[in-house]
Write a protein that binds this ligand. Structure first.
Ligand code: DC
Length: 225
């Protein structure tokens, strides 16, 4: 019998604009782990569908695109079929599209193995909505990273202004509330805090504090594993 030793996984799930991406990337860097931004995969699918004029409600056509699209992440940039599309997928429109394509069970199934392939030595930090529940239920550490919706809206608003974009706080708040509802109320792999996940509320914490809490929790979990 061969014993396959799987690389460790840190799963960071939580709602939109909770800071998951920044936190997960820094934790991955600290341990020299790979990083999976699963939201970016759903955004790439929304963008691919948009390019091909396929509706975000057409589950079968979307699952077909998901099964055939070639994605790559390199030096923080996202590629779709060989084209660098980072700026295209980071828009509020593609965030909404990602949330819409993600409700279809056929889409989620088509993207399951793609996400599992990111688990490589020496380890992985994955962020999303169902990393700890569906993609890597055996993750050694599960974090539910959240913050009050008003705080998340304020952070997103300031981020957009910094990028030189025009933004409306009220519009962002409304959009986040709708996205929270869609991501947590859907039947397939809804966003929820798992019983074995550590709750990390960053309403009153900065990125560095959140990163340090996760680093310490992983060290502790590794000692007791
Ligand atoms: O993390 P994000 O804002 O980039 O994610 C965009 C959308 O993708 C999110 O609103 C829901 C969907 N998503 C998902 O359903 N499951 C994941 N693991 C990650 C993202």
């Amino acid at each position: 019998m061969t014993n396959i030793i799987l690389s460790p996984v840190i799963a960071i799930d939580g709602p939109s604009a909770s800071g998951k991406g920044s936190v997960a990337e820094r934790v991955a860097k600290q341990f020299g782990f790979h990083y999976l931004d699963s939201g970016a995969i759903y955004r790439l699918l929304a963008y691919a569908a948009y390019q091909q004029q396929v509706s975000w409600s057409d589950a079968n056509a979307l699952a077909d695109i998901a099964a055939h699209m070639v994605i790559k992440f390199e030096h923080g940039e996202a590629y779709l079929n060989g084209e660098q599309v980072s700026a295209h997928i980071r828009t509020e429109q593609m965030g909404k599209g990602a949330s819409e394509v993600a409700v279809h069970p056929a889409v989620r199934t088509a993207l399951l193995q793609t996400q599992r392939n990111f688990r490589q030595a020496p380890g992985l930090v994955g962020d999303g909505r169902d990393i700890g529940s569906v993609i890597f239920p055996d993750a050694g550490l599960k974090i539910f990273l959240t913050a009050a919706v008003e705080t998340r809206a304020k952070r997103r608003y300031e981020q957009l202004l910094q990028r030189g974009e025009t933004a409306s706080y009220a519009h962002i708040l409304d959009d986040l509330q709708q996205r929270d509802l869609r991501d947590s109320q859907r039947a397939a792999a809804p966003l929820k805090q798992l019983p074995d996940a550590i709750l990390l509320d960053t309403t009153d914490k900065n990125i560095e504090q959140a990163v340090n809490i996760i680093i310490e929790a992983f060290k502790k979990a590794s000692q007791t594993a």
